[in-house]
Design a protein. Structure first.
Length: 88
């Protein structure tokens, strides 16, 4: 995501991919920040399917490692915290 438009278009047009998987934040910025709007406009124009994959530790990572809970609980907790931060 250093230059997301430059990366997305070639893989879709030249390689025939249908979209991309991206992290849930880019250089500490959440995906709905205005700075990232050119990426979303490009994805929409290309008809790209964008999947999100959290690559960093979740809030529960250090607390509960059993039963894949950092993913199943941690991702949901992180989403809720991000939503709360954006809407306060």
């Amino acid at each position: 995501m250093q230059d997301p438009i430059a990366e997305l278009e070639p893989v879709m047009v030249n390689l025939g991919l249908k979209g991309a998987i991206i992290d849930d934040q880019i250089i500490g910025k959440l995906l709905d920040e205005l700075e990232l709007m050119p990426f979303w406009k490009s994805a929409e124009r290309l008809g790209a399917v964008i999947l999100f994959h959290q690559a960093s530790d979740t809030i529960v990572e250090r607390r509960i490692r059993r039963y894949h809970r950092p993913n199943s609980v941690g991702n949901l907790a992180d989403r809720a915290l991000n939503f709360e931060e954006q809407n306060t």
